[in-house]
Each structure stands twice: as structure tokens, then as C-alpha cells.
Design a protein around this ligand. Structure first.
Ligand code: SF4
Length: 361
């Protein structure tokens, strides 16, 4: 059954069905920070019966960035010849020492600029030829093509004072790492609409084909998510596992080939560390040798550490679906959006921030 978008009569029928569904216990993981926020904001959890559970996965790019990498960035920004450019969410993410962040270093005089895209960072480089401008490349397959275009543009214009610290990551290796771990306890997935727009349905087929997990790609309106939950329940009821696309208005089977091509031209898979998960082989996007002059790591000879650090923050457990944000001992006591201990409370897509804003009692 394919529902028409915003067919409210059908949506209300589905809500009734879900509310009264009591046959099977189903844990559903959403793997997109925008879904996390939409679920919290719309109160979808309040209509779920006890046997249906929604948990957040590694879908917030800032939240999965390793503390080790944050520390490396904080060291870099102390170079007086460097302007760090970044999305606003990264500003308050603390490193491992004294909750030091880009924001605190900026207040002490470090050059840190908020940008809305990698191209904005490139413009800053053009306007500041006496400085090295470093863009922190954050995000999954959704934002990586934009970074790749900026790198290509820098090369085409022969701009020498621009580089990218690539923290970009591929979604699939992380999901495989979780699915292959013994303590992972999730039955089904709501797949990310944005990443699916780039990778297409085929990018998430492995969830059902190889791991037998019912999965639905969907959009970000509450009704999109409700339909996805319904579709997942129906797969359990009919005893099959497939990937379904409920985001027909955006997602195709093949995805965005142009975006995939530019991303693959500039980036290649490299080993990388993820917060709370550790090293995942071939999960990071490294800048290919043909663009190495735009690779911050090579330009400034940074020796990347592949050992993740531990702190009191439980973001790792949260993004693995092992802990609800409000089960963290620091939640809303020591850790809040004004005074965050970890990135899940900083990011506008973080699970802890979503709980704090909409589900705190
Ligand atoms: Fe980390 Fe704060 Fe979330 Fe606890 S509440 S997991 S300390 S971000």
C-alpha cells in the first residue's frame, strides 16, 4: 500500500492501529538526527504501545565525531595562522580536557568562523590570503558532496590557503559494525531520508537482504515516520524483511549519481574512529592523493590518533542504542545545552538535546 502524502484520514487510522498493536516486541532504530528531532518534537513516542520502542542510532554527524579528533582540532586552532571554519554545531563540542571547545578557544582569541557550507569557507580563504583556512568537513554522504565540490573549486581556482579536515563518514560501515556486534539489540530500521536521497534505496538494501532487518526509508514529517513504523510492523506481521521507500518524493533506487560521483572523485574510504564505537575499517572519507594539497591532515602533518578517549559522557552508548539519553547520570544535572558535556547535547540533531528539549520531565 502506498499512501498519498498528507492523507490525514489514512494517517489517523494508522495511528489507531499502532496504538492498539500488542502482538510483537519491536525495537526500531532511527539513524538520522533529523528523524530523532522530529520524533521527539512531535511526541510520536506517546502514541506507541509498550512493545514498540524507538531508539536513536549513529545518525548525528557531530555526535559520532571521536573525542580524539576534537582534541586534534583544538590543538590545530592554537596555530595563529589558521582560521578554522565550521558548522555551528561543532563550536561547543568539548574535548577531553576541562570541557575546552572551539567556542572557549574563540573567546580566548582563536580564529574560528561559523559557516553554512564548505563554499562559504572557500570564500573566506579567498578573502584572507594571509591565513590558512581549514574547513571541518562533518557529516555523512549528505554533506560530503558539497565539501568535494569546494575542494574541486579550490583546485580549479588554484587557491592555496584552503584545506579540509575531513571528518566525513560513510553510514554503511558503521551500521555493519553495530549489526555485527554481540550486544546490538535492534529489530528494524527507519533509514535516513537525506542520505538515501544521495545513495538511493540500493544504499540500504543490505539491512534487509543480509541482516534480515525490516527497513523503511522515510521523510521527516511526523506522518512520514508514523507510516514507516506501520510498514515495519506489517513486515513483522507478514514475516518478511525488505527495504521499503516511503520517501518517493525525494528518493530513487539509484540515488543522486552526480553527487555520488563528485564524492567518490575526491574522497576514498579510510579507517576512522567513531565516538563510543572505536575504529571502524574503511568508514571514514579520506581525501584522495590527487587532492592532497587540500587535505589538512597532510598539509599540517597531523599524526592522527586512532585510539578513542573515554570521558564521563555516555554518547557512545546513546548512539549505539544501548542507553536512552535520560539514563545517563549526567543528563539535565551536569549536562545541558547551555553547559554540555558531550556532543549529543550540543548538536541540534543530538539525541540528548532532543530529549532535553522535548521529553524532559
Ligand atoms: Fe553525554 Fe550529556 Fe548525553 Fe550524558 S546527557 S550522554 S553526558 S551528552
Amino acid at each position: 500500500m502506498q499512501l498519498k502524502f498528507k492523507d490525514y484520514k489514512a494517517i489517523l487510522d494508522i495511528v489507531e492501529f499502532i496504538k492498539n498493536y500488542n502482538k510483537k516486541n519491536i525495537k526500531i532504530m532511527e539513524i538520522c538526527g533529523t528523524h530523532t528531532m522530529s520524533i521527539a518534537k512531535s511526541g510520536i513516542r506517546s502514541i506507541l504501545p509498550n512493545n514498540i520502542k524507538l531508539i536513536s542510532g549513529p545518525g548525528c554527524p557531530v555526535c559520532v565525531t571521536a573525542i580524539t579528533r576534537i582534541d586534534e582540532i583544538l590543538s590545530l586552532v592554537q596555530n595563529k595562522d589558521i582560521i578554522i571554519t565550521t558548522f555551528g554545531d561543532m563550536l561547543k563540542v568539548p574535548g577531553s580536557v576541562d570541557r575546552m571547545s572551539l567556542s572557549t578557544l574563540k573567546s580566548m582569541g582563536a580564529k574560528v568562523e561559523i559557516v553554512y557550507s564548505a563554499m562559504d569557507a572557500l570564500t573566506i580563504a579567498e578573502k584572507n590570503p594571509d591565513y590558512e583556512v581549514v574547513f571541518l568537513g562533518i557529516g555523512f554522504e549528505t554533506t560530503a558532496p558539497g565539501t568535494a565540490i569546494a575542494i574541486k573549486e579550490a583546485k580549479a581556482k588554484n587557491i592555496k590557503n584552503f584545506s579540509v579536515f575531513s571528518l566525513h563518514k560513510f553510514v554503511e560501515p558503521a551500521l555493519r559494525a553495530l549489526l555485527n556486534s554481540d550486544d546490538f539489540d535492534v529489530d528494524a530500521f527507519i533509514c535516513p531520508g537525506h542520505v538515501s536521497a544521495i545513495l538511493g534505496i540500493k544504499g540500504f538494501e543490505f539491512l534487509a537482504k543480509e541482516y534480515k532487518k525490516p527497513s523503511v526509508i522515510t521523510g521527516f514529517e511526523p506522518e512520514d515516520i508514523i507510516v514507516a513504523i506501520y510498514k515495519i510492523i506489517m513486515q513483522f506481521e507478514k514475516n518478511f524483511a525488505i527495504i521499503e521507500n516511503e520517501y518517493l518524493r525525494v528518493v530513487t533506487y539509484e540515488g543522486n549519481k552526480i553527487a555520488q560521483d563528485v564524492m567518490n572523485e575526491v574522497f576514498e574510504p579510510v579507517d576512522d574512529i567513531w565516538r563510543g564505537i572505536g575504529l571502524i575499517p574503511q568508514s571514514g572519507m579520506g581525501i584522495r592523493d590527487c587532492y592532497s594539497e587540500y587535505d589538512t591532515v597532510k598539509k599540517f602533518n597531523i599524526k592522527l590518533d586512532y585510539q578513542e578517549k573515554t570521558t564521563a559522557c555516555k554518547c557512545g552508548e546513546v548512539i549505539k542504542g544501548m542507553m536512552e539519553p535520560n539514563e545517563c547520570p549526567l543528563f539535565a544535572k551536569i549536562c545541558s545545552p547551555e553547559n554540555p558535556v558531550g556532543p549529543c547535547m550540543v548538536s541540534s540533531e543530538g539525541a540528548c538535546a532532543a530529549y532535553y528539549k522535548y521529553l524532559r520531565v
